[in-house]
Design a protein around this ligand. Sequence first.
Ligand SMILES: Cc1cc2nc3c(=O)[nH]c(=O)nc-3n(C[C@H](O)[C@H](O)[C@H](O)COP(=O)(O)O)c2cc1C
Length: 378
Amino acid sequence: MTTAICRQLGIKYPIFAFSHCRDVVAAVSNAGGIGVYGGALNTPEQVEIDLRWIERQVGDKPYGIDLLLPMSYVEVSEEEKQARIPAEHRRFLDGMMQRFGVPPLDPNADQLHGLLGDTKFTPEQNAAILELVFKYNPKVFVSALGTPPAQLIEKAHARGMLIGALAGKAKHAIRHKQAGVDFVVAASYEAGGHTGEIGSMVLVPEVADAVAPLPVLAAGGIGRGRQVAAALALGAQGVWCGSVWLTSTESDLLPVMKQKLLEAGSDETVRAKCFTGKYARFLRTAWSDEWDRPEAPAPLPAPLQTALIADYIERIAASAASGKVDGSTGAGALITSPVGQIVGAMNVSLSAREIVREMMEEMTEATMRLTEVFEEAG
Ligand SMILES: Cc1cc2nc3c(=O)[nH]c(=O)nc-3n(C[C@H](O)[C@H](O)[C@H](O)COP(=O)(O)O)c2cc1C
């Protein structure tokens, strides 16, 4: 099976795997799809280490990179952000840490990679990461938020890369097309991470029609082959999945977090602002319940909410990583991760290669079933 974008990239399967975990990226590229490395949470030094590692693993197979571009966030210094955080919000979080018995960070311990990563989204840091995109050899470059600027599109094209951007609405997709991107990722309501308000059943055909003949990848709620078949039927040329890799054997999530995802049902996510200040879908845990309490302050607008919670999330991650908590008490009850509604189908930890294989097998079965239906109908 193949689509035009698969042929352009030289990949066997129309599966684009978004992941912050380099092992997942390399595994999916090696399994016949394409891994796209989310660089937004890492320092330039770490991004460089990871890109070099991925290139060694995948050889001449293609991989991609996804970044938050400089023009898509508010340029505010860390000091300014901290100064704008109301004392009430810190009191609320201090109280939460106390009630859940989350100890302060050990200043002598190595910094963990918390769920919010260790980037400060400064213009300098972003510029340094962007340089790496052109120093290394990704075949795909995706803008996480907003339309990529014209010079960047030109530069990517000059290097033979395909450049794409995420869109939660047809009008955003049209803006991306007018700027000259090569494909659009239609990110629907069901998706993990930042999400729009439109379900995939409506969004994918709407975006596909709006930007035709540009290729569209369907994102949100896809983790099984029947969903891949449905996405192709809706007019997509491939699928862009983020959540499904979180419970893979390669995923670097903390074991307690992985276990919570394996046990969660599809009704156990929330779309709320208490993670980043913008609507994002993540696992419903004590963290989101706490922000829903009547006495809780309203989440701050982006990027202040992330600046507010970063240290507390780090504390929660450090305590959860200590192995002294289970998923239902203390930091284990609070810990969460961006994840989409597909979490309900993520019940067994498989390797990324097995996930790709199962998806393609189920897609083939679904397609054959449909063919039989049409044949019977004459
Ligand atoms: C843990 C996690 C982190 C994410 N971080 C980013 C990101 O940094 N950049 C980005 O473009 N999308 C990010 N997303 C969204 C994905 O690109 C993708 O749109 C989404 O995962 C698709 O829906 P699904 O989660 O149902 O597969 C993230 C998603 C998850 C689950």
